[in-house]
Design a protein around this ligand. Structure first.
Ligand code: NDP
Length: 487
């Protein structure tokens, strides 16, 4: 068997080997086949990336915003031009269906670059007359931002972090998840081809240790992490020593509430999208589906019928709905939750089994599972599983379901299906979560702020608000009178 290709670190717009020469292998989770031998960055490599970023950042920040925007717009076009290639890479490295990746991953990254290309030229401060003069404010870049990504949306995460950072005049050192390093590297090359100067987007691959080298580096001013809650806490602790700003996009166990007046077909579509898209490996998923007792039987019938129709298969096949989980270890983790759910008395209505897919012998496939759960304390209704496991829970009235929906340490997202608009807005206001969908689920237009409340996160990505998290405000007071000193 021929050796898989090598992927080095991307520093200063060039391929650089890791100083220690260390490598790890990234594999296709659908087949277990190695895709590439990847250089693993240690603290000295991270330091080289930070120095390259520091050398480039001041000049980048001094350029007019429209000029930065022009380069980001060229990058958006370049990402679109490489749509098929990037979609395939995301499918191979992440096990995600090729039916999803062109739109959900590549277009999402391009939209983000395009959006922040426009925003780069409109960063504005404020002005106000005050006693003795006036002041104005300057939104200034933070400097060097460290980005640390999860494995479920590797390209999208790289774009969601780097585009606003770059638009605001920062440089970024990015560490993709160890399980999915390939698309961030290709993204970096494409940014360079589009004209992004050297040093502004460096990629250092590796595992948690490499991430720690970023969070502990005194030359990095901010960390933006997408990952689990426990990782968020560890990163915040490490970042505290150098008092770095942090954005935290963390996990969730979000409620999706279906009232008895809802369009059931829409609600079922929302629940399927919000549980089984990307094999359920989505942070915002509405994995606690609360359904009014008057419609729960009909709802379950329709969910089961449509779940039976899903095709589990080779992610590279355009007809596949459910691809491979990210790794055999993650598959076992998901199956263990399914076992615990049954042991606790939850009723498994369909799925939840390891599946062998023809042509994908080493693949980590699990059939989408639906449970009926009577007890909110059941572990599968409380903990994030990050796999295709939907729990359906009955409820009787609005106040009760709001109380139960909010009874979680998480607060990432939530959904409400109802034809009663007043109730939709009332429930949206009452849910303690950062993103709420009324009569839909999991749409994340780039114009809309995205992020969690409570233990699901700090800060916001996307929209103009993201720029607040990649800038710091300087206030400048200008005197209009002489200085009247009392001594
Ligand atoms: P992890 O928390 O395991 O890892 C996230 C990233 O942090 C990886 O790059 C990881 O490295 C790195 N890392 C791990 N430990 C440390 C550390 N101590 N210091 C610095 N970096 C560290 O998350 P997963 O990759 O498993 O992703 C799944 C999680 O991400 C889920 O909880 C999901 O909800 C959440 N998520 C949240 C989103 C949001 O926007 N709110 C979106 C997508 C996912 P490596 O993996 O290479 O070892």
């Amino acid at each position: 068997m021929s050796r898989p290709p090598e992927r080095l670190l991307w520093i200063d717009n060039t391929w650089v080997d890791a100083r220690q020469g260390r490598r790890f292998t990234t594999t296709n989770p659908a087949t277990g086949e190695p895709l590439a031998e990847v250089a693993e960055a240690d603290a000295s490599d991270v330091d080289a990336a930070v120095r390259s970023a520091r050398a480039a950042q001041a000049d980048w920040a001094a350029r007019p915003g429209v000029e930065r925007g022009r380069i980001l717009a060229a990058a958006a076009a370049a990402v679109r031009a490489h749509r098929d290639e990037l979609a395939r890479l995301e499918c191979l490295d992440g096990g995600k269906p090729i039916a999803e990746t062109p739109e959900a991953d590549v277009d999402s990254a391009a939209d983000c670059l395009e959006y922040f290309a426009g925003q780069a030229g409109s960063l504005q401060g404020e002005y106000q007359d005050v006693a003795g003069g006036f002041f104005y404010t300057r939104p200034e870049p933070l400097g060097i931002c460290g980005g640390i990504g999860a494995w479920n949306y590797p390209l999208q995460i790289a774009a969601w972090k780097s585009a606003p950072a770059l638009a605001a005049g920062n440089a970024m050192v990015f560490k993709p998840a160890e399980l999915t390093p390939l698309s961030a590297l290709r993204f970096a090359e494409i940014l360079a081809e589009a004209g992004l100067p050297a040093g502004l987007f460096n990629v250092v691959q590796g595992a948690a240790e490499t991430g720690q080298a970023l969070t502990r580096h005194p030359g990095i001013d901010k960390i933006s992490l997408t990952g689990e809650v426990a990782t968020g806490k560890a990163v915040m602790r490490d970042a505290a020593d150098t008092l770095k700003a942090v954005t935290m996009e963390l996990g969730g166990k979000s409620p999706l509430i279906v009232f008895d007046d809802a369009s059931l077909d829409d609600a079922v579509s929302g629940a399927l999208l919000g549980n089984f898209y990307t094999q359920g490996e989505i942070c915002t998923n509405g994995t606690r589906v609360y359904v009014h007792e008057a419609v729960i039987e009909a709802f379950i019938d329709r969910v089961l019928t449509r779940t039976r129709g899903l095709t589990i298969g080779d992610p590279a096949d355009p007809d596949t709905d459910i691809g491979a989980l990210i790794s055999p270890a993650h598959r076992d983790h998901v199956l263990e939750y399914i076992r615990r759910g049954e042991a606790e008395g939850a009723q498994r209505l369909i799925g939840g089994e390891a599946v062998t897919v023809a042509g994908c012998p080493g693949g980590a496939f699990v059939s989408p599972a639906v449970f009926r759960v009577e007890n909110d304390d059941c572990v599968i209704a409380r903990e994030e599983i990050f796999g295709p496991v939907m729990t359906i829970l009955p409820f009787r009235d609005e106040a009760e379901v709001i109380r139960r929906a909010n009874d979680t340490p998480y607060g990432l997202a939530g959904g409400v299906f109802t034809r009663d608009l007043s109730r939709g807005h009332r429930v949206a206001a009452a849910l303690q979560a950062g993103v709420i969908w009324i009569n839909h689920y999991n749409l994340t237009p780039i114009e809309m702020p995205f992020g969690g409340m409570r233990q699901s996160g700090i800060g916001r990505e996307n929209s103009r608000r993201a720029l607040d998290h990649y800038t710091q405000l300087k206030s400048v007071f200008v005197a209009s009178t002489g200085v009247d000193a009392p001594y």
